[in-house]
Design a protein around this ligand. Structure first.
Ligand SMILES: *[C@@H]1O[C@H](CO)[C@@H](O)[C@H](O)[C@H]1NC(C)=O
Ligand SMILES: *[C@@H]1O[C@H](CO)[C@@H](O)[C@H](O)[C@H]1NC(C)=O
Ligand SMILES: *[C@@H]1O[C@H](CO)[C@@H](O)[C@H](O)[C@H]1NC(C)=O
Length: 136
């Protein structure tokens, strides 16, 4: 199955409106970074530039980096990024990741037989951001 397509569909139909969505692959790393751009080409001497990052559990921090682009190398760097000039947001970037969904406990398919009632299957995709919506 084409997981990237699934992922993009999940993001598009989750009802969120983002300025930009970048999808991180599980192969992300130092030699395969995801680069995000502040949307600012030049700064004047008095401009105060910063990045705000909200991680996957909603904790917001101001990053130490003053670079106009960031190379993200870890799955833990998924979340919402905002570039700010003088405290005003210039660009908003969602860095998303979709782990392959699996059925909890069995991790593979489950056969239902006629007469099987009230069986519950829970689908999980640990590490995914934003939280995906599932459809069976
Ligand atoms: C940011 O603030 C500085 C100092 O107050 C000012 O000189 C500069 O023009 C401001 N930049 C923008 C883009 O508003
Ligand atoms: C940026 O993050 C800081 C926390 O580090 C927060 O206090 C501030 O409100 C954030 N700014 C914006 C524009 O979200
Ligand atoms: C990001 O990586 C590129 C090469 O892939 C490098 O040229 C650039 O300086 C890096 N940027 C930062 C902010 O580290």
């Amino acid at each position: 199955m084409d997981w990237l397509k699934v992922c993009l569909n999940l993001i598009l139909f989750s009802g969120c409106v983002y300025a930009e969505v970048v999808v991180m692959s599980s192969k992300v790393g130092a030699t395969n970074p995801v680069t995000i751009n502040a949307g600012v080409s030049t700064l004047s001497a008095n401009d105060d530039f910063s990045w705000n990052f909200t991680n996957s559990v909603g904790v917001e921090t101001t990053l130490d980096s003053k670079e106009l682009s960031l190379n993200l190398t870890k799955l833990s760097e998924v979340g919402e990024y905002e570039s700010l000039v003088n405290g005003s947001v210039v660009n908003e970037i969602t860095v998303a990741y979709l782990a392959n969904p699996v059925i909890q406990n069995t991790r593979h398919s489950v056969t239902f037989n006629e007469g099987d009632n009230n069986r519950k299957l829970i689908c999980i995709s640990e590490g995914s951001y934003p939280p995906p919506h599932y459809q069976w």
